[in-house]
Design a protein around this ligand. Structure first.
Ligand code: FMN
Length: 401
């Protein structure tokens, strides 16, 4: 969501300024372009040089430092941004914004910008709870400035209360949600996408099971990529990778549970991406108690439901079904016959026989097998990038169907 976005970061003079350095680096790491404006008070806490070096751009503090005769800096800064982020927002600047003051670079640019504004107030708990601060917050909320709730916890003053600058993970999650709400032309807006992920676990007894090497990384990355393109995502997962709140998680263990969950959602879905490594077989019986050690052990297996095939038989023409083929030999041939046999729209074929790609690592190299083109090779790259490619293919599918 942050990739390629222009973020104007406004830093005001609270003790949390040092935390914003790390937050800004995270934004840049995620592909955003960040430019910084600070109040004079903010510059008392962290040197503008730190922000300049890390953002690789000049930091603006003085409204009258007009070094470019072709533009007025604070208006140019305000117009440049796709989104504005005030972090931290002091009680003082909050009050100024509530009453339309424009007495420094930060307040002048914020009054001028037409970009959506996301603010993170952080201050002493009594300042935060003060009636005048509360009224100022309400005024800004009414004017569509997003006010993030600060954390409650140990404050710089040595006691606990509400007003702490939130953890960066929460800020990024909430900010991305805010961005998504403001972008009107996301290609999967209004579409429901189901993703399955992870290796299913087939129980032998209450403490033992059979599984495979799938980590769930690809499926979880596809869920994120679909969310970034505007979809409502249901992630049916057998993996223990954490899932952000914005994605509806259905935790499952066995292939049968996964089948049930997919069945519940498939009819109302626009797309299903079956990236889970579903066990083909399951023990015929599950021991009620932990099995005791014996000289040898034989287990009898029965076939699990073929979820992809079942959904292929139920699929409507307006639904997009994507399956995966993890193979160690004859990869393309197997994937081509799987495409037909399962009535899928695309099979993502991958070679799981190599150590640096496939199961349980961060990279993969795959081939897209479709009905409409020659096999499309996707070179070795991060699973998150492959997830983007898969979702882009689905976007094109909806455009063409
Ligand atoms: C050590 C110290 C820490 C401060 N921390 C905060 C803070 O966390 N939040 C806040 O609203 N004000 C805080 N202040 C007060 C502001 O710095 C002060 O109100 C200042 O005028 C804010 O200016 P600005 O809004 O232009 O950045 C702090 C002041 C000092 C000296």
């Amino acid at each position: 969501m942050l990739k390629g976005k222009k973020i104007a970061l406004y830093v005001t003079g609270g003790i949390a300024v040092y935390k914003v350095v790390d937050l800004m680096r995270e934004f840049i790491k995620n592909g955003a372009e960040v430019r910084v404006a600070m109040t004079e008070s903010a510059a008392e806490f962290v040197s503008p040089l730190t922000f300049q070096v890390l953002s690789k751009h000049q930091v603006y503090i003085d409204t009258f430092m007009e070094d470019n005769p072709r533009v007025v800096n604070h208006i140019h800064f305000a117009d440049w941004a796709d989104f504005s982020l005030i972090a931290p927002l002091t009680a003082n600047t909050l009050a100024k914004l509530a009453h339309g003051l424009a007495d420094n670079f930060v307040t002048s640019a914020l009054l001028a910008t037409r970009s959506p504004i996301f603010a993170i107030p952080a201050m002493n708990t009594h300042m935060y709870d003060n009636q005048v601060t509360k009224e100022n917050r309400d005024l800004l909320t009414k004017r569509d400035i997003y006010m993030m709730e600060p954390d409650t916890g140990f404050l710089a003053e040595g006691y606990s209360g509400k007003g702490r600058f939130p953890e960066k993970e929460r800020i990024i999650e909430e900010f991305e949600g805010f961005m998504r709400n403001h972008i009107t032309d996301l290609p999967l807006k209004g579409k429901k996408v189901i993703v399955t992920a992870g290796g299913t676990k087939e129980r032998i007894d209450p403490v033992r099971y059979i599984t495979n090497d799938s980590s769930g990384k690809t499926g979880h990355a596809i869920a994120e990529a679909a969310w970034n393109k505007g979809a409502d995502v249901v992630l049916i997962t057998a993996s223990s990778i954490p899932v952000p709140d914005r994605i509806q998680k259905v935790a499952v263990e066995s292939a049968k549970e996964m089948h049930q969950a997919v069945l519940e959602h498939f009819e109302t879905a626009d797309s299903l991406i079956m990236s889970a490594a579903v066990s083909d077989y399951t023990p015929k019986t599950v021991a009620e108690n932990k099995m005791k050690k014996t000289d040898s052990l034989s287990l009898e297996f029965e076939k699990n439901p073929d979820i992809l095939k079942d959904m292929g038989s139920r699929k409507r023409a307006d639904q997009c079904l994507v399956g995966f083929a993890a193979e160690t030999e004859h990869i393309i041939e197997y994937a081509q016959s799987k495409l037909k046999e399962k009535n899928a729209d695309m099979i993502v074929a991958n070679d799981v026989g190599q150590k640096d790609r496939g199961f349980n690592v961060d990279n993969n190299e795959v081939t897209f097998i479709t009905h409409t083109s020659e096999p499309i090779p996707i070179r070795l790259k991060k699973k998150t990038e492959i997830a983007d490619d898969i979702v882009s293919w689905i976007v094109d599918f909806f455009k063409n169907n």
